[in-house]
Structure formats: C-alpha cells, structure tokens
Design a protein. Structure first.
Length: 344
C-alpha cells in the first residue's frame, strides 16, 4: 500500500469498547475520515494500535493508546469517464453544483451502468478529483431521482465529502422543490385533516410526518409506515392553483429529512400525487369542466413526475462560506405550467 499521509492520535478517556467506534469518536476532525472509510482502513491493515496492526474492527481498546493510521494514495476508479454535457452552476477545488436534467441517473447501478451523472463528472473533473473514500471519484452525498430535475452538490475531495455528509446527516442543508400536484391542499379540507401524519402550520403549510420504508411487495416503491422504517418530514405550501374549480396546484416543498422518493410518496399519501408520477398514481383523470380537454390531455400525457429541485443551500465544507443556489424550472415543466395558466 502506498502511504499518502499518516495520522496519529491518542485515544481519549472512556473510549467505546470497539476499535471502529473508538476511531470514529477520536480521529481528528481535519483527517476527514468517515466511519465507513475507517472501517475499510482497519480491514486493509492500515491501523496500528500501540504499535501493533489491528484488523478486527471489534478489537478492544483502552484510554491512552496511541493510534496510527496510514492513508493510501487514492486509487483510480473503475467507473468509466464519459463526455456528457453538464450544466455546471458552481465549481471549485472541493465541490461542484450541477443542475441535473430529467432522465439522468445519478450513480451507476446494474440497470444503468453508463450515461450517469457520475460518469459525466469523471470526464468533467478529470485529474481534479483528489480522492473520495480512497478512490478518485466524485463523492455523492445526496441524490435525486432519475426523472427529477434540479440541483445537486457533489464532493471532489475527502474534506468536502466528509463535511457535506455531516450537514446532510444533521438536516441543515436547505432544499426546496417545485412540484405540480393533483388537487389543492387546504387546511380547511376535512379529508386532509383526517389523514394520519398530516397537519397544518401557520400560513396553510402542509406538514407530513411519517416513517418511510421500502414497500413489502414492490421493491421499486417506498411505503408510508408509522412503526419501523425511517423518520421523514416534508412541508409544502401552495404557490399557485389551476382550474375552475381548482384541480391542480404548484407546490413549494421542502425537506426536513431526505428519504428516497420522500416528496412523491408523502404527497401521494396526502391524496395529492404528483402529475406524471407513474409510481405513485400521477395519472389521475381531471374533472371535465375544470380545464379544457386539450389541456387536461397535456397534463395526463406529461411523461415524468413534475418535480424539480429548485433551491440548494449549505455551508461550504472547507471555506465555511454560506452558499445558496437556485435553478429555474426546466423547459418541460415550464411549458406544462404555461399551458394550464392560459386555460384558466
């Protein structure tokens, strides 16, 4: 193993009994080593405790022991670089902010081995990737669905990856989405007030608080639960409504947590599924009198969930500067909104 840097420190008082947990607690902050990375370094034999190499993450440790970690040079990634155009909103030595188009997968997977955002970033960033998790690759700290458009921040260095991951874990990242949904959520709607997990805050802000987990029978979906799963909170307010009577709403949604499909499954749970969402019921029929037939057909034919990550704000993990970015609605969503506006 080619050692790039060595990190030495002393275990503080009352360390956790396991080596991996003790390292996660006591490793210096500026080492920028995640718990996952530390686990891999233990397995690789890169961790010495009191002068002895320890490969067992469950090994017992004691206060005052000297730990030395050898961090290797970043390896070349197996992910293929692909020359795919990207809309770069911001880029510096540590991170890059992208306005992702609908239809692009974020990370290679068995069903999408190429053509992804990561493939594109491998080509775009080239040698400017300093190594994330021991490999020269972009650091994905959050994702948006393939058919959702909008803003993503990606780490280019270990320091940025570590710092951004902590902000997402603490839910301090500002994320606002624009969504076109069926119906118009209203605090005076007795149906909506009767839905478990739904409540309203001042300003007619809909709050949805549930647990989310993978659906038991359909592995492509998430399911709302109230026992088990992962805590999820979404807030949404109506920006504009359409139809006579109103049958569609442009919603501003923001996340307290960031779970898979969170906005899509929460809005469907509330009875206000996203237009165009094939997974959570976004192909509903509109009342004939509410919109002209041609406009109703345009809504019905929208080919993807009408969801756009419009605002992204965070603290730069290296400089400490507060950063906030906005991305306008993509052309397909803007055209759809214009068509329903003109019909009103």
């Amino acid at each position: 193993m080619s050692i790039h840097r060595r990190i030495s420190f002393i275990l503080r008082a009352s360390p956790p009994s396991r080596l991996d947990k003790a390292l996660a607690r006591d490793v210096p902050e500026d080492a920028n080593l995640s718990r996952t990375r530390l686990g891999k370094l233990i397995e690789q034999g890169a961790v010495m405790v009191a002068g002895e190499v320890v490969r067992d993450p469950r090994a017992r440790v004691a206060e005052g022991q000297v730990v030395e970690i050898g961090v290797e040079e970043a390896e070349e990634s197996h992910i293929q670089a692909e020359d795919i155009p990207l809309e770069v909103i911001h880029e510096d030595d540590d991170l890059i902010v992208i306005n992702k188009p609908a239809g692009m997968v974020v990370h290679p997977a068995p069903g999408s081995p190429s053509g992804t955002l990561v493939n594109a970033l491998m080509a775009h960033c080239g040698d400017n990737l300093s190594g994330v998790g021991g490999m020269k690759r972009p650091g994905i700290v959050h994702r948006i669905d393939k058919e959702t458009s909008g803003l993503l921040v990606v780490a280019k260095s270990d320091a940025a990856h570590h710092g951004l991951a902590k902000q997402f874990e603490k839910h301090t990242v500002e994320r606002y989405y624009m969504a076109l949904v069926y119906g118009v959520p209203d605090a005076n709607d007795p149906r909506l007030r009767g839905i478990r997990g739904a409540s309203f805050e001042t300003g007619n802000i809909l709050k949805l608080t549930t647990q989310l987990a993978r659906h038991k029978t359909d592995r492509q979906r998430q399911a709302v639960l109230f026992n088990g799963g992962r805590h999820a909170v979404t807030r949404a307010r109506t920006v504009e409504s359409f139809g006579t009577p109103p049958v569609l709403a442009l919603m501003e949604c923001w996340l307290e947590t960031g779970r898979t499909h969170q906005i899509r499954v929460h809005m469907a749970h509330a009875g206000h599924s996203l237009v165009g969402d094939p997974t959570y019921g976004g192909r509903r029929k509109l009342p004939k009198a509410a919109l002209p037939e041609i406009v109703a057909e345009t809504v019905k034919a929208f080919p993807r969930q009408a969801l756009h990550a419009a605002v992204l704000g965070f603290e730069h993990p290296v400089s400490g500067q507060m950063m906030r970015f906005e991305a306008p609605l993509p052309q397909d969503m803007d055209d759809l909104l214009q068509s329903v506006r003109l019909a009103v």
